[in-house]
Design a protein around this ligand. Structure first.
Ligand code: NDP
Length: 443
């Protein structure tokens, strides 16, 4: 077992996020409940109309069985989910790709990643097309997904509890010794080594838990949750198609296309993730496991679920407006992220920047002079465009934009705290040059 009192490689965590243990406990209990409630409010047999006009409290837990049922008597769904997870993990390791190295870790080493989003995407598309042809469009797997939505949702929530417990326990076991890590200590997250079991389990103790060549954190971030989200959306379109004798609705098609594009873009640009805070700084605990595996597929698909029960016909003008919002958001998000990445790789040396004492440069030109996180604004616009596909039928489907706005605000304050500590006076100079945090001239 590794030293739990903190070491040179793994210093003790001194600052707590989310109000410490209390906040971690509340989020652990509250977020899964929120995911279940949101999905219960958008069921084919009961869905919220207008501004919660038909709200009935008892519907929130209608047909939800005791938790013991989902643990002990839900074998079929557990088998399917574990199969899904394991097959994707095997594909993640064996499908061809190219090798990339992550940022330097505290012991000086760099982790190796197999970047194979293209192969995985091609493989998944081929399987879906093959099943479509073989079953003449019946696609029993998609029907199963649609009809057992809430049971699958509860299983993935429980699975994320299980996975975070496993990675928490294994974080205490020693790892392979190396030149720079003679004791064979696992590298822990700077924020996940407080010594408090609940807090460290929640926030993530180990920085990059791995099972052989499989990087569990990057895998969970990009594969099982994101691709399940894609399949849930497809299952909604497919359900509508079967119910309406082969017809499809424009809003449901649009949300599938917009989110499908975003998912494949994420899966295909996985090297971009290697420099994201989640990968470079956060440990892998319940917060990320639950977020990646349960929250993403079961709340990001709310619009498609809603539209499958209560479709909207958007028409050309509204569709164009929504596509415009998505394109604008994507343009800002993508070009800002690319500009920072190119700059950091030394490709844009003529742009104005601040040379920090830490050695790195802070860009304050192009997109990055408009605000400190202009990329977040683009990402948020994308989220709004998705919510707009349900037009103004109910505020419920706007949950996503609200949640994502809060997530990005929280992320911005965390990043600001990190950069202040890291860059000191240089960050103050940067803040004077680029005063706005996310929205130019507003915030
Ligand atoms: P950023 O891409 O903004 O990266 C922040 C880091 O970049 C800082 O910690 C700092 O790191 C460096 N940096 C900050 N300012 C500058 C500058 N002016 N010049 C050069 N480097 C700078 O944030 P994230 O990693 O949080 O997000 C990446 C993307 O992922 C965003 O577009 C975000 O919207 C998206 N995202 C999407 C989510 C989703 O669920 N869809 C969830 C979360 C994020 P350093 O220490 O290297 O200096």
């Amino acid at each position: 077992m590794s030293n739990t009192a903190g070491s040179i490689l793994n210093p003790r965590t001194s600052t707590y996020e989310f109000s410490g243990v209390k906040g971690a406990t509340l989020i652990t209990l509250g977020l899964p409940l929120l995911v279940i409630i949101l999905n219960q409010l958008i069921r084919p047999d009961y869905y919220i109309k207008g501004f919660f006009e038909n709200f009935e409290f008892e519907q929130l837990f209608y047909n939800i069985k005791p938790i013991s049922y989902y643990i002990f008597h839900n074998g079929r769904i557990w088998c399917y989910y574990i199969l899904w997870f394991v097959i994707l993990a095997i594909l993640d390791v064996i499908l061809p790709g190219y090798t990339m190295y992550g940022v330097a870790l505290r012991d000086g080493s760099k982790l190796k990643y197999n970047i194979n989003g293209v192969s995985i995407s091609i493989f998944l598309i081929m399987v879906v097309v093959y099943r479509w042809k073989l079953t003449n469009g019946e696609m029993p797997e998609l029907q199963f997904l649609y009809n057992n939505h809430i049971d699958i949702c509860l299983t993935t929530i429980l699975f994320s509890f299980l996975l975070s417990t496993i990675v928490y326990i294994t974080s205490f076991f020693p790892t392979t010794k190396s030149e720079n890590n003679k004791k064979g200590e696992r590298i822990l997250a700077v924020g996940g080594n407080s010594g408090n079991v609940i807090y460290d389990w929640f926030i993530g103790r180990e920085l990059n838990p791995r099972l052989g060549p499989l990087d569990i954190k990057l895998f969970c971030e990009l594969r099982p949750g994101m691709l399940l989200w894609l399949l849930i959306n497809l299952s909604c379109l497919h359900h509508y198609y079967l119910q309406n004798n082969g017809k499809i609705n424009d809003s449901l098609l649009l949300i599938n296309v917009l989110q499908g594009f975003y998912i494949f873009d994420g899966v295909l640009n996985e090297e971009g993730c290697l420099t994201m805070i989640d990968i470079t700084t956060d440990g892998f605990g319940f917060m990320l496991a639950f977020g990646d595996l349960a929250l993403v597929p079961f709340t990001y698909s709310l619009q498609a679920r809603y539209l499958s029960c209560s479709p909207v016909t958007l028409g050309f003008v509204k569709c164009s407006l929504i596509i415009f919002a998505m394109v604008m958001g994507y343009y800002i998000f993508h070009s800002a992220n690319k500009q920072k990445s190119d700059f950091r790789q030394g490709k844009l040396d003529d742009m104005e920047c601040i040379q920090t004492k830490r050695g790195t440069k802070l860009l304050c030109d192009g997109w990055w002079k408009t605000s400190q996180h202009i990329n977040y604004l683009g990402d948020w616009l994308i989220s709004l465009s998705w919510c707009l596909t349900t037009w103004f039928q109910t505020p419920l489907t706007y949950y996503y934009s609200l949640y994502f706005g809060i997530l990005l605000l929280h992320r911005q304050t965390r990043d600001e705290h990190k950069c202040r500590n890291k860059y000191g006076k240089d960050w103050e100079i940067y803040e004077k040059k680029v005063p706005y945090k996310i929205i130019p001239y507003v915030y």
